[in-house]
Every structure is written in structure tokens, then in C-alpha cells.
Write a protein that binds this ligand. Structure first.
Ligand SMILES: Cc1cc2nc3c(=O)[nH]c(=O)nc-3n(C[C@H](O)[C@H](O)[C@H](O)COP(=O)(O)OP(=O)(O)OC[C@H]3O[C@@H](n4cnc5c(N)ncnc54)[C@H](O)[C@@H]3O)c2cc1C
Length: 303
């Protein structure tokens, strides 16, 4: 049988014009609309840049009855530096991250992650909040937020709550967001001066490909040469972005000699839980994850 012509609308796919759309411009109004929708059992699904959601709708992976466009909502953009952290509005695009001197100074791996997300069109429209809420274990910015101990501010008409990024994901593509809630902003604590900070993406190629494995790594040695602080997170090796507390414990407070690094690499091999899929095999992903842990612990030992 010939494959269906993709240009011809199929009867079983709802037309986009049947989706109710609300254009929001003020945060308060957006939250009130979302609260009312949730209360009446007809929730509004937020759309920010639409680079994920429009694809999911076309593929019928989600079929929202109602969509609230938050792209122009006030108070959800901007990158700010405070004494102890940098804060990014959830609507911050990859292009804005790439242009930001504050991010380049304090968390350069986030600039690297933004640089390798899609191409220019995706970088102009795709947002950090969308990457986080999309909850894909292959979301490129997630290992950075995870390893850097980021916090998320979630907001609804009931008020704001701050959740640790580490607690945000509850399962494969599941998170803590309620139907009436938006991610408002992301805060990243500033790493100690002199920290080694890395984002490393492994894919078929670096741009325009979904990652097979990616790593967010930050580490800092104390004056005595032991590991004073370390954060290690992987994407695409588990159902959710994976912080590696056991691997971190294997090196924290220790001198990074060969035995310590070898032991940490073994722990890392146990700690990741990769799967075989169309992009790669579990065996390859585990080996790559271990190689990356070895590479950056060795680099940290020489920093
Ligand atoms: C060609 C192409 C290439 C891509 N390449 C990459 C890549 O290399 N790396 C990568 O990680 N991703 C990639 N993506 C996926 C996508 O671009 C990113 O995940 C992007 O960050 C999504 O942001 P958005 O604003 O477009 O999200 P949207 O599509 O608007 O929304 C995605 C989801 O998040 C929810 N949402 C959005 N904002 C909020 C908010 N503030 N509060 C609560 N919920 C919210 C929406 O309801 C929806 O469920 C690619 C997509 C395409 C089409």
C-alpha cells in the first residue's frame, strides 16, 4: 500500500483550527485563565516557543483542546545576576542565552548547551522553560541545571513555590507542574571561582541531532587538593535527567589519584540506567558515560 500523502489532511487528526487558543500578555491574566480552566476540568496547555508542542500536535502525541500562548507574557524573560546566583526567565530563548555576558561569565556550559540546540530558528523560538517542562531525558540544557543545583520558581494564582530542579521530575516525561502552574524562572547558584565547568554532548553530530549521551560537570578543588565541590549529571542515560550522587560521593573530599578515578568510573557504570533505542545502545551509552567521567575527573585533578 502506498504511504499516505503527508500533505493531505487525515480525517482522524483534529485540525489545528479546532484547538481553542488564548493569547496572554499579562502574567496575572494568564494564571487566572489557567486556574479557571483547571477548575472546570478543561485545562489550558501553555505554549511558549511552540518548537516542541507544534511537533507533538502534528504527530498527535498530544491533542490539547485548549492552548494558552505565553510567548508575550510579561515578567517571564530576562537574565539577572544577584550576589549568589543568576536568574533566567522561563521564556529566555537559546539565542538570548548565547548572547548573555552574565551566563558566559558564570555558567559557560549553558551557553554551550544553547549553541548545540537545534539550528538558528529553534534557538530563536525555543525557550528554557519549554525545554524543562517538555521533560525529555534528552533535553540539552537539563544536565546543566541538574549538576549546578538549579531551583525553579513555579507560579499559579495560589502564589509562587520554589522547587529544587533535582526534585522536579517524577518519572519519564513527568514533572511536578500542576495544570494551573507555569515555570516562571530558573535560578542557578554561582559556582566557586576557579571551578571546572563542562557541557559535553555526544550525538551523531553535535548540531541538529538528539543526544545519545550528554554530560553536565562542575568541580572544584580545595586548597589541599581534595575535591571540595562536585556536580555530575547525565542526559539520555535514564528515564529522566540523572544526577550522579554515588559517583560524586566516590570523589568528594578525596585527592583525584588513579585509584579514586578508577573507582568513580566503576560507580558511574552502575549508576547510569541507559536503554537501547534507535539512536544508540545501552552498552555504548554506559561506556561513553564512563569515559566522560574519567576524562573530566582527570581534567579536574589537573585544574
Ligand atoms: C528541529 C528541532 C530541533 C530541536 N533540537 C533540539 C536540541 O538540539 N536539543 C534540545 O534539547 N531540544 C531540541 N528541540 C526541542 C525544543 O526545541 C526544545 O525542547 C525547546 O526548548 C522547547 O521550548 P519551547 O518554548 O518551544 O516549548 P513549547 O513547545 O512551547 O512547549 C513545550 C512543553 O513545555 C510546556 N511549557 C513551555 N513553557 C512552559 C512554562 N513556562 N511553564 C510551564 N510549561 C511550559 C508546554 O506546555 C509544552 O508541554 C528541537 C526541536 C525541533 C523541532
Amino acid at each position: 500500500m502506498p504511504s499516505p500523502n503527508p500533505m493531505v489532511a487525515r480525517a482522524d487528526v483534529p485540525r489545528r483550527s479546532e484547538i481553542e487558543v488564548h493569547q496572554a500578555s499579562r502574567l496575572k491574566d494568564a494564571l487566572e485563565v489557567m486556574a479557571a480552566g483547571a477548575a472546570e476540568g478543561k485545562p489550558w496547555m501553555p505554549v511558549a516557543g511552540g518548537t516542541d508542542l507544534m511537533v507533538w500536535i502534528t504527530q498527535r502525541r498530544v491533542v490539547p483542546a485548549r492552548v494558552i500562548d505565553i510567548w508575550n507574557v510579561d515578567g517571564m524573560r530576562g537574565i539577572e545576576e544577584t550576589e549568589g546566583s543568576i536568574t533566567l526567565g522561563a521564556l529566555t530563548s537559546y539565542a538570548e542565552v548565547r548572547r548573555s555576558e552574565v551566563v558566559a561569565e558564570w555558567v559557560p556550559p549553558l551557553v554551550d548547551a544553547a549553541r548545540w540546540c537545534g539550528a538558528a530558528q529553534i534557538q530563536s523560538r525555543g525557550t528554557l522553560g519549554g525545554n524543562i517542562a517538555g521533560s525529555s531525558p534528552a533535553g540539552d540544557t537539563l544536565p546543566v541545571f541538574s549538576a549546578w543545583d538549579a531551583e525553579l520558581t513555579l507560579v499559579s494564582t495560589a502564589g509562587a513555590r520554589v522547587v529544587k530542579f533535582a526534585d522536579f521530575y517524577t518519572g519519564y516525561r513527568q514533572n511536578l507542574l500542576q495544570e494551573d502552574e507555569l515555570i516562571l524562572r530558573i535560578s542557578i547558584p554561582k559556582p566557586a571561582a576557579g571551578s571546572l565547568q563542562v557541557f559535553h554532548k555526544v550525538g551523531t553530530r553535535r548540531a541538529q541531532s538528539i543526544s545519545k549521551v550528554m554530560l553536565g560537570f562542575r568541580g572544584h578543588l580545595g586548597a589541599d587538593g581534595t575535591v571540595e565541590d562536585v556536580g555530575i549529571s547525565f542526559g539520555s542515560v535514564a528515564p529522566i535527567v540523572l544526577r550522579m550522587p554515588r559517583t560524586e560521593s566516590a570523589v568528594r573530599g578525596k585527592v583525584l589519584d588513579t585509584d579514586t578515578i578508577d573507582a568513580a568510573v566503576r560507580v558511574a557504570g552502575d549508576e547510569v540506567v541507559p536503554i537501547d533505542d534507535v539512536r544508540s545502545s545501552a552498552t555504548y551509552r554506559r561506556r561513553v558515560a564512563q569515559n566522560l567521567v574519567r576524562r573530566y575527573l582527570t581534567a579536574l585533578s589537573k585544574s
